[in-house]
Design a protein around this ligand. Sequence first.
Ligand SMILES: Nc1ncnc2c1ncn2[C@@H]1O[C@H](COP(=O)(O)OP(=O)(O)O)[C@@H](O)[C@H]1O
Ligand SMILES: [Mg+2]
Length: 597
Amino acid sequence: MSARRGYIAGIAGPVVVAKGLSGVKMGEVVYVGEDQLVGEVVRISSNYFTVQVYEDTSGLRPKEPIIATGKLLVAELGPGLMSVTFDGIERPLEEVRKQIGDFVSRGVKVNALPRNVKWHFKPLVKKSVKVEGGDVIGEVQETPLVIHKIMVPPGVDGSITWIEEGDYTVEEPVATVERDGEVFEIKMMQEWPVRTPRLFKKRLPSEVPLIVGLRVIDTFFPVAKGGAAAVPGGFGTGKTVLLHKVAMYSDSRIVIYIGCGERGNEIAEMLEEFPQLKDPKTGHPIMERSIIIANTSNMPVSAREASIYMGVTMAEYYRDMGYDVTLIADSTSRWAEALREIAGRLGEMPVERGFPAYLPDRIAEFYERAGRVVALGSPERVGSVTILGAVSPPGGDFNEPVTIHTLRFVGAMWALDPELAYRRHYPAINWLKSFSQYAEIVERWWAKNVSKDFQQYRRKALRLLTVASEIESIASIVGESALPDNQRLILLTSEILKEGFLRQTALSGEDVFCQPRKQFLLLKMIMDFFDKTYVLIRKRVSIEEISRMPEVFEMMRVKEDERGIKAVEELYARVMKKLDELAEKYGLTLGGGDMRG
Ligand SMILES: Nc1ncnc2c1ncn2[C@@H]1O[C@H](COP(=O)(O)OP(=O)(O)O)[C@@H](O)[C@H]1O
Ligand SMILES: [Mg+2]
């Protein structure tokens, strides 16, 4: 016999020790205390077990009851998720506020999905059709930007015995499936345990880039759809601004934004700002294709963990509909700190800087839920979850456990640099410290969609930037004018690259989003300029004569020209012509300089 009701034997911050219950499972959800706070079993011992509570535990007393639910922590999935802001345990914040005012009080039970809203369900299969888990049987226009596919839940199969177009709540059946005389009602709402990755048919290579419109990312350190990238950076280096831009402009269909444990006012700012953002392609609010999960400052640390798993489960659910989903977690460091605090309360042995030994496993499991997959069921759908995680190392020092372990499990890192941020070079992504393992894989996409020469220009530019930084350190000792002209040309070109290519405003205007073709043309212009002038310099044309050209300045500014690609093409032609004239003046000939390619 298992007892489903026990009592509190001890309380330590967000952790509660319970007795008098038996037969509970690891990860089982329990209701703690008179207020029925939501908690999850995190350790089972011989005569007691331990619960982490996702709500404020102050005021709880020993002997208050604990009730086991028999259920794991699940996400409710179905129409009504999109454009909503949830807390870490999937309570819609606005509903909570309506019920209890402005304080998130404890033990409030609010359904994730509204039960009274009727959605218009359109069947996509007919009666008598055989279906199985994952099959799409119909759809609902969830928001103007998202068509929600209604899928047969995993584990269900049989023949459709009834299905009808109409308006239904998420709890009403929209179809019935029969197998061996047993009837199963399909509803639009499903549940899924958040700590278990959702199943899929097949993993696919991540070979399509997520285009974010920022040159330093797309051109130099791309992330693939289905890949994972980390954004480490100290306080104020621009993690949140960068991730907002990606949420706004990237070519993903769905964005799930987890504001995890950052200071209260930052989260408040996000909650204010995010819903105002407009989708640049459709003009609709981006909330129509987004979900926010927010840990407000008055939520306890353990809810950070729940929020991470909730978010990634929702991401997988929309992936299964065949969408490219971007999951943003800002900041994963706050989640890691929550793990540390809970581990401390549980008396676990700390290993590195107080973090528990399982920190790397948890980080790995999280990022492994990124991927591009073929979903279960028919018709065939390919979807992806791309995970972007901010990391906030204390003091901006990357040599700490969360940063180090995160970098083992992601394919790209955008390393934010306080030096660049200080000089207001945004995005402050350091081009010498960042990396992307996707660059070679997405090369084919660039070759096919933009230019077969793309990769060659990319490599050349990265090499030039590296060499330039070495020359810079010499120049800082001997002075730039003491350097030979060819080295000064490398410095000049790297300045043009930094100003005219890497630096990009996040505010407004032509340059907030740079399409891939324009990225390539800008890069080509600057690198072809370098090739031609390099020949001239070797033939004793002076660096002063080159740097005096008005086009040098124009190359740093043309990114902002409202005429877009046209302006770049025109400037390119002018630069090449100028250099040819210069060559002619000195009786030289230069090759190349063709804008196509
Ligand atoms: N791309 C950008 N363009 C202009 N200003 C920026 C940019 N990124 C960051 N900033 C400035 O830096 C401040 C801090 O950025 P934020 O993203 O909040 O830092 P973090 O999240 O790393 O602490 C912003 O409020 C803004 O003033
Ligand atoms: Mg931030």
